[in-house]
Design a protein around this ligand. Structure first.
Ligand SMILES: NC(=O)c1ccc[n+]([C@@H]2O[C@H](COP(=O)([O-])OP(=O)(O)OC[C@H]3O[C@@H](n4cnc5c(N)ncnc54)[C@H](O)[C@@H]3O)[C@@H](O)[C@H]2O)c1
Length: 342
């Protein structure tokens, strides 16, 4: 049995981008992708890799321990890169239970199955568990300052609380059992293959359909924006070269208000689809921006200090906001032109 990396949640946004990135960079390495295919996951994100010999898809729920144990029995899992999660804050505010089920129980199952398998093989010190986390575990920033790896956790919504809980479990398996765990916490990703409920696809879809573009509150909430391919490169570096038991923050060095991001996307669409502007009798797509009631407990500002990963691993984002947004808009326009829903 050849060794394989277990990717969880690889049919989602970041996981699928990572699988593409990893398969291109290391075409001979084995990847196993387990995904429950919730509303957020789609095999359409993986059509380019689905027939490759060194890629295997398992339709399964990480919160089901039998499924997880079977994967470790059937494959020689040399490491885990754990993306699978319920990931949408608004949904966690409506109902937190699926977030505990997947993000906490699912993570625990993976840790337990990995530990049992790696201990039985006498290889616990050689194998790695990489937890993909979020800057939201650090809470919200008012005014200046940035989150560092030492910022205490202060999750403010059920999603970030479930991710913080999962991170504590991951760290505890490192301390208690000597597992080689590593955590990376990243800022807001954007790019191709993101689920339609997230901000960028929502803006593009509404603009192209001549519908109001909904923006929470006054649009002044600030996020740090990271192009997903830059994030994939960071994960590759952290998984292979990061120090175990460490946390790495990954950010795009790109703090922007939600409103600014929306206006930039509208400008890109103005340039690319003047025909639609004319058809809709609009001067600019930004005319469609409509402020709606703010999200409950909406965190004001997130900002990442990514100095540690830059210093230790030499990673820094390569794609600036202008380029990243252009690539993203092109990708969605392409999809839209072929009548695939965005
Ligand atoms: N998207 C971001 O901006 C962002 C930012 C910071 C951190 N993260 C973290 O990155 C990871 C990936 O985020 P994403 O945006 O790609 O999420 P996503 O919602 O697009 O994808 C999640 C994937 O996990 C799968 N999944 C959900 N529950 C599962 C279960 N019980 N068993 C197996 N698979 C399951 C879904 O089917 C989906 O394919 C998450 O852990 C998230 O917390 C995301």
């Amino acid at each position: 049995m050849s060794k394989a990396i277990l990717i969880t949640g690889g049919a989602g946004f970041i996981g699928s981008n990572f699988i593409h990135y990893y398969q291109n960079k290391y075409p001979d390495r084995q990847l196993i992708n387990v995904d429950k295919l919730t509303y957020a996951g789609s095999l359409n994100n993986l059509t380019e890799v689905e027939n490759k010999e060194n890629y295997h898809f398992i339709h399964g729920d990480i919160a089901d321990i039998n499924t997880v144990e079977a994967i470790f029995r059937d494959y020689d899992i040399e490491g885990v890169i754990h993306f699978a999660a319920e990931s949408h804050v608004d949904r966690s505010i409506d109902d937190a239970s699926p977030f505990i089920h997947t993000n906490v129980v699912g993570t625990l199952n993976l840790l337990q199955a990995a530990r049992a398998d790696w201990e039985a093989k006498g290889e616990l010190p050689e194998r790695r568990f990489h937890q993909i986390s979020t800057d939201e575990v650090y809470g919200s920033l008012e005014g200046s300052g940035k989150f560092t790896e030492k910022t205490p956790y202060d999750p403010r919504n059920p999603y970030s609380a479930s991710k913080a809980g999962a991170n504590f479990l991951v760290q505890s398996f490192g301390h208690t059992y000597g597992m080689n765990v590593i955590i990376s916490s990243c800022s807001n990703n954007y790019g191709p293959r993101q689920h339609e409920e997230k901000l960028l696809p929502t803006i593009i879809r509404h603009a192209l359909a001549n519908e109001p573009i909904p923006i929470y509150g006054d649009g002044k909430n600030i996020r740090d924006w990271l192009f997903v391919e830059d994030h994939c490169k960071a994960i590759d570096m952290i998984y292979h070269h990061g120090k175990v038991m460490e946390v790495y923050n990954v950010g795009g060095n790109n703090e922007q208000e939600n409103l600014t991001i929306t206006q930039l996307i509208c400008q890109l669409l103005d340039d690319r689809r003047p025909d639609l502007l004319q058809a809709y009798h609009l001067e600019h797509f930004s005319d469609l921006i409509t402020f709606v009631e703010d999200r409950k407990g909406h965190d004001k500002r997130y900002a990442i200090d990514a100095g540690k990963i830059q210093k230790e691993l030499g990673w820094q984002p390569e794609i600036d906001l202008e380029n990243g947004l252009r690539k993203t808009v092109e990708w969605y326009l392409q999809k839209w032109k072929t009548n695939v829903p965005i």
